[in-house]
Design a binder for this molecule. Structure first.
Ligand SMILES: NC(=O)c1ccc[n+]([C@@H]2O[C@H](COP(=O)([O-])OP(=O)(O)OC[C@H]3O[C@@H](n4cnc5c(N)ncnc54)[C@H](O)[C@@H]3O)[C@@H](O)[C@H]2O)c1
Length: 429
């Protein structure tokens, strides 16, 4: 039980019961389209692989995540969860989770920084034996403020690129004191979630938030990594003229060879209708870029933190800031130009008022990987040293097989001779 003063979600809502039933409806719809989690539910309910574990989570609390949380609880774990971004929580889903006997949810939409971290502390008060993070805020809080818990933590999982970058930096400093799976980096996650999920959901959210089209527009994609690639491809599929900005020469060349214009941001910004940042880096769109942007430009971010667009500088420049639409703030500059920022520069596909996050099918894969990684930690956590670990290949393949099975897709297998050939070095011409 929690000893924290920070209360679970119900005490933040006017009608938690009503909210919980709406949240449950959203979860049910998502689960119908999550064959991987459905299959793992059967296994987890029957075999109770997480009995005796306490899972502490900081994730985007919406319907798909909620089905992962419930799966872990059905597998025998006690689960405590909060958000990993102040704007991405769906309060009704959080309330639905909190009604479950073995789940406590502290996630509430729109909390300030103090409450955001108080909720993370409340989860940590449950003394997790396994952590599941999206962005690494919980692992950081445990290492900084609750190092006494580390001995009883068997391991953790990290969902996103920025979290894995932070963890690798921590590992390089020998500061990471328990094993963590880099779920983000495994093929069944990154090749689908980062590419297709971010591409589809960011553009869909921007279109719905603004009621504007991409056709014939100049869409500037900052960063041509996994997310940027997905955004560029889907924007191009909607007849946008895609311009890519990059700092890595190989990525810049890759974008060029895909047929996109590649330009420095200063040049790209001058003709942009939309700039969408996907770099995971800070200060990608700054003062000198604001100076050259056309009136009416849309500015949005799909990277994990709200550091890619320098809103402090923009606010200082603006003579007026007003809400142009739900989820759109117009910054009016002294010369009359209006620069429109979506979702406060937070990851747009999860933080905009109408945002739903990635498509369900994509998150079924990501969360299938999360679930089998938690199962692996419960079974074999002691076999992993402190530090960042790749997801074991057999677990990644297990999720692919379940998905292909559900889709009715058959595939070939290696013969013994083929396997032997691929594993040998002595077969030349
Ligand atoms: N919105 C979502 O739902 C969602 C989903 C997955 C990942 N993410 C986040 O999106 C971000 C990107 O993830 P990814 O998997 O694409 O990472 P990635 O490392 O594959 O790609 C990032 C790219 O940005 C480039 N870059 C860095 N600084 C730059 C700059 N100043 N200007 C231009 N390009 C620059 C890098 O060279 C790299 O190619 C991360 O913060 C990640 O956590 C968000």
């Amino acid at each position: 039980m929690s000893t924290s003063a920070y209360p679970p979600v119900a005490s933040h809502l006017d009608d938690p019961e009503d909210a919980a039933s709406e949240g449950r409806r959203k979860m049910d719809w998502a689960l119908q389209h999550m064959p991987i989690l459905q299959s793992l539910r059967e296994e987890f309910e029957a075999e109770q692989p997480l009995a005796g574990e306490t899972v502490g989570m900081a994730m985007h609390v919406e319907a798909k995540t909620a089905n992962l949380v419930e799966l872990l609880a059905l597998g025998g774990a006690e689960v405590a969860i909060t958000g990993c971004n102040p704007l991405s929580t769906h309060d009704d889903v959080s309330a639905a989770l909190d009604t479950h006997e073995n789940i406590t949810s502290y996630a509430v939409r729109g909390v300030d920084d103090e409450d955001y971290y108080a909720a993370i502390d409340a989860v940590i008060d449950h003394e997790p034996t396994i952590t599941v993070d999206d962005g690494m805020d919980m692992i950081a809080a445990i290492h900084e403020d609750h190092p006494d818990l580390i001995d009883t933590i068997v391991g953790g999982c990290e969902e996103t690129t920025t979290g894995v970058h932070r963890l690798r930096a921590m590992d390089d400093d020998d500061a990471l004191e328990y094993p963590v799976f880099a779920v983000n980096d495994t093929p069944m996650k990154t090749l689908f979630d980062n590419v297709h999920g971010t591409g589809e959901s960011s553009l869909a959210t921007i279109a719905m938030t603004t009621n504007l089209s991409f056709a014939g527009k100049n869409v500037v994609v900052a960063g041509y990594g996994y997310c940027g690639k997905g955004v560029a491809k889907k924007a191009s599929g909607q007849n946008a003229n895609v311009v890519v900005t990059e700092v890595d020469p190989r990525k810049a060349l890759e974008a060029h060879m895909e047929g996109y214009d590649v330009k420095p941001m200063e040049e790209a910004a001058a003709d942009a209708d939309l700039i969408l940042t996907t770099t995971g880096n800070r200060d990608v769109v700054v003062d000198k870029h604001f100076d050259v942007m056309p009136d009416g430009v849309l500015l949005a971010n799909a990277g994990h933190f709200d550091i890619e667009i320098d809103l402090v500088a923009l606010e200082e420049k603006a003579v007026d800031v007003y809400e142009a639409r739900d989820g759109v703030e117009a910054y009016e500059l002294p010369d009359g130009r209006r620069l429109n920022v979506l979702a406060e520069g937070r990851l747009v596909n999860l933080a905009a008022p109408i945002a739903l996050g990635h498509p369900v099918e994509v998150m079924d894969q990501s969360f299938g990987v999360q679930a089998v990684c938690v199962r692996e930690l419960a079974a074999n956590g002691a076999a992993y040293d402190a530090g960042v670990h790749d997801v074991p290949d057999d677990l990644d393949r297990e999720i692919a097989e379940i998905k292909l099975d559900a889709e009715g897709v058959a595939h070939d297998s290696l013969s013994d001779e083929q396997r032997e050939y691929l594993d040998s070095w002595d077969h030349g011409t």
